[in-house]
Design a protein around this ligand. Structure first.
Ligand code: EPZ
Length: 431
């Protein structure tokens, strides 16, 4: 646990050039964990959750639940026992909530538990506007009123009743928040144009194991029949789709040969297709993927889309990879309006990328070079690490707190694959 609470002033020093070789085991899915941990409050009982990633977002959630009266133990680094019997508050602590995006799931959970909730404005990655209108639409469909307060949101429903909600775009967060409240509402709820990401299905499976009645998760129509009570359970979280993809792209980019274990190949189809199009070999096993990089990869075009399309969370490492592929690649970011901030850092490393609005045009170059670069958000961190791995010379990567929010021991996993990466104290840390 201490390892996950890294000091802010650390940096990675990477000496590029080594092809990654060997095997790496993926941790549990961050974006499933951050929904499933608060969801444990929906039962007045004990939930035991396994295959959790040991990352800062998980530690922050543990602290939030503890300060709300839950008894939370971590018997191992990847498991958590949550006893929610002591939780009586429908308010979440403001200071901790603003440290992460997914704390907004407490709105749905507490609304389901108590018929009301007050939660501060969530923090998280700065990658665009990230509005909450669809979450609010979901709560209102359940008979709730939503008030914006000076610090966040106050939601209440008397009674909380099932309803139908249509989402204009399939928002992951709004689908999850609506499910979290609807499992305890009276009657049936239908979510139309729901998000279909693997962690939506994982959360539904967790809630059903706790006694909820959710059908259709993973399709664009989810039906939930509310139940009066939910009980404790034992549950193992799915492997992280984005961490899996990050290592796959790194294997391809370094011209390596890496087996990514504890993966679900089915979740990776959009990425596997693009890596093969660029010239890599991708071998799918039951619970692993092997990527054999091509020494002269080709440019590919990509449009990020909701699942099962190409995930926006892999756009950043993919662009870093394409910076050295032969030819011009065109990337269209259709989910977030400002997820290209890290491109400035890649330019400083010698990449040739032009960004106009949501489109990035990448002209592959023969070489990129080590530089001192700053991480702006979680997946930008993955992109810059990848750039360091393929750059000539030494790359210094600052602001590791973004990476520590979402990747468990990334430098150790990379060292085991033969990368030359060290975490050191950052004496010249940028402000
Ligand atoms: C989740 O964010 C993930 N976060 C993100 O992962 C991921 O990038 C995103 O889904 C898309 O897959 C968590 O699961 C904690 P959305 P979320 O609601 O739920 C618009 C990472 O790097 N929208 O599906 O916030 C929104 O502006 C992170 O791990 C509204 O218009 O994403 C965006 O354009 C970053 N109104 C689109 O929908 C709303 O009320 C998708 O957002 C909500 C969203």
């Amino acid at each position: 646990v201490r390892a996950a609470r890294r000091h802010m002033s650390e940096k990675f020093v990477i000496k590029g050039g080594a092809p990654l070789q060997g095997s790496v085991t993926v941790s549990g899915a961050k974006n499933a964990a951050v929904a499933i941990i608060p969801a444990a409050l929906l039962s007045r009982d004990i939930c035991f959750i396994e295959n959790l990633p040991l990352i800062n977002d998980v530690i922050v959630l543990r602290d939030i639940l503890t300060s709300m009266g839950a008894v939370v133990d971590m018997p191992t680094a990847s498991s958590m026992k949550i006893d929610a019997r002591g939780v009586t508050s429908w308010q979440a602590p403001y200071e901790q909530v603003r440290r992460m995006r997914a704390s907004y799931y407490l709105l749905g959970v507490l609304l389901g538990c108590f018929g009301k909730a007050e939660v501060g404005m969530p923090g998280g990655c700065d990658i665009g506007l990230r509005p909450m209108d669809l979450h609010i639409k979901g709560f209102e469909a359940l008979g709730a009123t939503v008030e914006r307060t000076s610090e966040g949101y106050y939601v209440q429903a008397d009674p909380l009743v099932g309803g139908e909600v249509y989402f204009d775009s399939p928002s992951v967060g709004a689908t999850i928040n609506t499910m979290l409240a609807a499992v305890r509402a009276e009657g049936e709820t239908t979510i139309v144009n729901a998000a279909k990401e693997p962690h939506i299905v994982d959360l539904a499976n967790f809630l059903n194991t706790m006694g909820a009645s959710i059908k259709g998760a993973g399709t664009d129509m989810i039906r939930i029949t509310g139940v009066e009570q939910m009980h404790g359970c034992d549950y193992a979280i799915i492997p992280d789709q984005i961490e899996t993809g990050t290592f796959m792209i790194m294997a391809a980019a370094t011209g390596g040969d890496v087996t990514v274990k504890n993966a679900i190949p089915f979740h990776m189809e959009a990425l596997s297709a693009k890596l093969m199009e660029a010239g890599s070999e991708v071998v799918e096993g039951e619970d692993f993927l092997r990527v054999i990089g091509n020494p002269s990869p080709k440019a590919v075009n990509i449009k990020t889309m909701p699942y099962p399309g190409f995930p926006t969370d892999l756009q950043q490492p993919m662009v870093a990879y394409l910076s050295r592929c032969q030819g011009a690649s065109i990337i269209t970011e259709s989910i977030y309006e400002s997820r290209y901030r890290y491109v400035d850092e890649l330019l400083r490393m010698g990449a040739n990328i032009r960004v106009a609005d949501r489109v990035a045009v990448i002209e592959g170059v023969d070489k990129i070079y080590g530089a001192s670069v700053n991480i702006s958000d979680l997946r930008a961190g993955a992109a810059l690490i990848l750039a360091g791995l393929i750059a000539e010379g030494e790359t210094h990567i600052h602001r590791l707190r973004h990476v520590d929010r979402g990747y468990q021991s990334i430098e150790k996993k990379l060292q085991d694959l033969g990368a030359n990466i060290e975490r050191v104290e950052d004496l010249d840390a940028p402000m």
